[in-house]
Design a protein around this ligand. Structure first.
Ligand code: 3HC
Length: 286
């Protein structure tokens, strides 16, 4: 099996943009597909900013940045993904949207050996595979935010994923992108979010119940447990809408109280307080 040279990413948000960036920095030709021109422009500008940040911190040279930019194309037409060898879906955590997208990708991507991957955190890979005529080439390839910084990729085969697909995705993540992988069963939350999400929700409940201030909850975990950031700041980084959507999928799968989104989290999402990306969540980023 040839290595991946042509990567497609659907969704140019925090995760999709990060995946596109590491792909382009690794020398791949990358097309990022967005819903409209405005979203494509916003995704491109975020990605350019992130590449400049990598130059400023000495991780890449200006020439590396320019080369990565030249390998990145933004599109609003899914049909542009027809020649891709791997497409990673990184759209909103919404099962219906993702199922519809996988049906479309299966029609558009011409090479029958091409892999259709999802960056979902919690939606069953089997449901996405079932929306295609190539279930053996569908799997979860789950990155972590910020993607250029965090080393982990969770590989999630469904019951129908082929061994060759899994092996090819493993080589892509490790040899081409320089990430480390772990494998997880196709269960909502996989390994990391199954542990992380109940913890983040507990912190929201603790704050909601008036146990402590947001700063003290976060300082508690940063200073007391050496976490790089506290749970409320991390919830803001993940996105409160994304956190609520993951909680809903996990609650639907397991029906356990510690996966239920606390009312405050829902009210904040209703109010447009989605965390860092919207400028305000538990903290103010404006
Ligand atoms: N993009 C690219 N690089 C970034 C970045 C970003 N968004 N944010 C930070 N960095 C880089 C900086 O350039 C810096 O690089 P350098 O050390 O070479 O100069 C390095 O990361 C450290 O950044 P800072 O000094 O600005 O800040 P911190 O030391 O506080 O680190 C952090 C920031 C990397 C975000 C760190 O706090 C961290 O790792 N936090 C935990 C993040 C985490 O747990 N993510 C997982 C979320 S769960 C998930 O994604 C799954 C999903 O399904 C929900």
């Amino acid at each position: 099996m040839t290595e991946i040279e042509r990567l497609g990413v659907v969704g140019g948000g925090l995760m999709g943009g990060g995946i596109a960036e590491v792909g382009a920095r690794a020398g791949l030709d990358v097309i990022v597909c967005e819903v409209d021109d405005e979203a494509a422009r916003a995704g491109r500008s975020r990605l350019w900013k992130s590449l400049n940040r990598a130059v400023q911190s000495g991780k890449i040279t200006e020439a590396d940045r320019d080369a990565a930019q030249s390998r990145l194309l933004f599109s609003t037409d899914l049909a542009d993904l027809d020649d891709r060898q791997l497409v990673v879906e990184a759209i909103a955590e919404d099962e219906k949207l993702k199922v519809d997208l996988f049906t479309r990708l299966d029609e558009v991507v011409a090479d029958p050996e091409a892999i259709l991957a999802s960056n979902t955190s919690s939606i069953p890979i089997a449901k996405l595979a079932g929306a295609t005529k190539r279930p053996a080439q569908v799997l979860g390839v789950h990155f972590f935010n910020p993607v250029p910084v965090l080393k982990l990729v969770e590989l999630v085969p469904s019951l129908l994923t082929g061994e060759q697909t899994l092996a090819r995705a493993e080589r892509f993540a490790t040899e081409q992108l320089g990430k480390q992988t772990i494998r997880a069963q196709d269960r909502s939350g996989f390994v990391v979010n199954a542990l992380l999400v109940p913890y983040l929700l507990s912190a929201v409940r603790m704050y909601e119940g008036g146990f402590a201030t947001a700063e003290d909850i976060d300082d508690g975990m940063v200073l007391g447990c050496a976490h790089p950031m506290g749970p409320l700041r991390l919830a803001d980084l993940v996105g409160l809408d994304t956190l609520a959507a993951i909680a809903d999928s996990m609650y639907a799968e397991y029906g356990e109280a510690h996966h239920a989104a606390p009312p405050l989290l829902r009210r904040m999402v209703d109010a447009g307080l989605k965390g860092k990306k919207s400028g305000k969540g538990f903290y103010d980023y404006s």
